[in-house]
Design a protein. Structure first.
Length: 376
């Protein structure tokens, strides 16, 4: 029997044809008209004006450039420790100091009561991470930010196509960062996007993705280059290429009819089958409004690693999302303790979830989970 994979890219003939069109038909592999088309189509999908979406070459770059656009070096950003290390590295690369906060154990989203205790005169922003596609209590996060005069930069890497109170993530709020890496809700191979209605953020991210060259984006979209230019702020080489945009455009077309319903249906089946199993706790995420990127569960009673080994032996690949960043040497090496985060981390197990799975695969995974608890 084949292994059930944790995650995988779902791409095929249509993406291949779109890439071939860029390589052979168009011949321009850098950032050009195809990237502009992808940005325009993403904006239309989100229901925001064209120009509010800026594509970059990774989700990490999106977080880095968005942060750099709103903070000054040394400013502190409140962020949950329980996130991919990309979030912390991007914050640090932008010159910000990531301040690790606790999560709420029911959702693994940021604990605002804990965040409030970590505010200092240098705090400039809060970065909620939409863990497993759940934006958490975004209204409370925006109220918190308004009370304390903070910017909100959402790490929405898991949350493409998700809604909060009927509105798509990216269609409201301050700044949102998406990832289109190979296994996210849509992929462009590698890639990401910053979305904002703030003209200064948009201008800064557009310039910073192209080495800080002022207004180079407009010239590249017109098929031109900048020879006479100025640079006033630090920049990077983070623009998206036409090759990646071609993949992303096809994926965006497949999202609503194919990827979103498939992910939701598989996650629903997981819940039906896992809910009766004692020894597991499911996250309190309402599947109506979201398209789940991950299927994490909490394994209670100190049995996570044993269950993981059992599933491995049954041909089921699992993951742990994530090792908390405050435990990593670069970010303090456990100098501070975050007891809730550390407890949840010890219980976390992500089960396979991607649109290439069949309902029978989910049943096989859940049977293996049930067998473990019955024989242990
Ligand atoms: C994937 C991810 C990122 C980074 O995105 P990349 O496109 O892989 O660079 C950032 N934050 C979170 C929570 C992610 O899952």
């Amino acid at each position: 029997m084949n292994n059930v994979r944790l995650a995988r890219s779902i791409v095929g003939e249509r993406e291949a044809a779109a890439v071939a069109q860029i390589l052979i038909g168009d011949g321009y592999l850098g950032m050009g008209a195809e990237v502009q088309r992808f940005e325009t189509e993403l904006a239309a999908f989100l229901g925001v004006p064209a120009g509010h979406v800026v594509c970059v070459n990774s989700g990490t770059a999106a977080v880095m450039l968005a942060t750099q656009a709103v903070v000054s070096p040394g400013d502190e950003v409140l962020v949950q420790s329980l996130t991919f290390v990309a979030t912390f590295q991007a914050l640090q690369a932008a010159g910000a100091v990531p301040v690790a906060c606790e999560v709420l154990p029911e959702t693994a989203t940021i604990d605002l009561a804990d965040a409030a205790r970590r505010i200092t005169p240098r705090t400039r922003a809060i970065m909620p991470v939409h863990y497993a596609s759940n934006p958490g209590d975004l209204d409370a996060i925006y109220r918190f930010a308004a009370e304390h005069g903070l910017r909100v930069i959402e790490d929405a890497a898991h949350a493409f196509g998700c809604t909060h109170r009927g509105r798509l993530i990216g269609s409201f709020g301050d700044v949102q960062c998406f990832s289109f890496d190979g296994i996210k809700n849509i992929t462009s191979g590698e890639g990401g996007a910053v979305v904002s209605a703030d003209p200064l953020v948009l201008e800064r991210v557009k310039d910073a993705r192209l080495l800080g060259i002022e207004r180079d984006t407009e010239r590249r979209f017109a098929g031109q280059r900048s020879w006479e230019f100025d640079v006033k702020r630090p920049g990077h080489r983070c623009h998206m290429s036409n090759v990646l945009a071609a993949i992303g455009r096809v994926q965006l077309q497949r999202f609503a009819g194919e990827f979103a319903p498939q992910r939701v249906a598989l996650a629903r089946r997981y819940r039906e089958l896992l809910a009766p199993i004692p020894g597991l706790a499911l996250f309190a995420t309402d599947l109506g409004p979201i398209v789940p990127h991950l299927q994490p569960v909490r394994v209670l009673g100190g049995r996570r690693d044993a269950l993981r080994a059992h599933l491995q032996a049954a041909g089921v690949e699992t993951g742990i999302h994530y090792k908390p960043n405050h435990l990593l040497t670069l970010f303090g090496g456990g100098r501070i303790s975050l007891p809730v985060t550390e407890q949840v981390y010890g219980e976390l197990l992500s089960l396979p979830l991607h649109p290439g799975l069949q309902p029978a695969d989910v049943e096989r995974v859940c049977t293996a989970v049930r067998d473990f608890f019955q024989s242990n």
